[in-house]
Design a protein around this ligand. Sequence first.
Ligand SMILES: Nc1ncnc2c1ncn2[C@@H]1O[C@H](COP(=O)(O)OP(=O)(O)OP(=O)(O)O)[C@@H](O)[C@H]1O
Length: 252
Amino acid sequence: MILKATGLSKSFPIENMEPQHVLKNIQLTINKGEFVSVMGASGSGKSTLLYTISGMMQPSAGTVEFAGEQLNKLTEEQLTSIRLNKMGFVFQQANLLKNFNLKDNIILSAYLGKKESQKEIDKRAVQLMKQTGVHQLALKDITQASGGQLQRVSICRALINKPEIIFGDEPTGALNSKSASEIMMLFNEINQNGTTILLVTHDAKVASKTERILFMADGEIVSEKYLGKMKDESTLKEREKQVAKWLNGLDF
Ligand SMILES: Nc1ncnc2c1ncn2[C@@H]1O[C@H](COP(=O)(O)OP(=O)(O)OP(=O)(O)O)[C@@H](O)[C@H]1O
């Protein structure tokens, strides 16, 4: 087990009204090496779940244990260190810094993170850029790359500190279907190399490439289904059909 949420709830206050209960008593265990996706209608609480289990947001109740640490017992400084060194984040938009070239965007957080030499960090950045097919863009800036390429760079940035888990919030949401599919194959490869991955997605095609799908409705995990790891792409059509069936059976 790498992550365990117990009795996790999150409410947001609303002026002159009852608070909005966005997460309700969530129990969730993620095992080391798993590739998990979270699906559910807009507003069901998917992003809030991701933010609370990754220590970006304080839950209203409940606990999160990550890599042997109870996140609620840590100081903000300790949480920042865990997020920097043990977690990687990929969002819908790459959110890269415009005054840095693409390689510098990748290595910046490694300079802030682990105590490694510049040479080692540089070497890993180049390896990651090769693995993700963007090494020829190392010295370009963000205006000189496509959306898919920028997302590959943001995946390199997420991986630079060798995280134990990658959290993705709609990481393919802004991409065309070809780029989205390529990015998912890349996540699959990263997962096969041992990194645990949890993705929030609206897209059944994305979810069908993951190992386990959690379905959320109204702040609760209402169902979870196991697809198993995708060993090769020949099974993809079958997996997509299966996910479509599951979605049809749920009343979102
Ligand atoms: N910081 C906040 N303050 C108040 N309400 C919030 C806040 N963040 C989220 N919410 C509310 O919580 C609910 C769930 O939001 P969340 O973003 O987790 O859903 P989601 O399932 O990820 O939706 P989407 O698929 O549209 O991104 C929404 O009704 C949203 O308005």
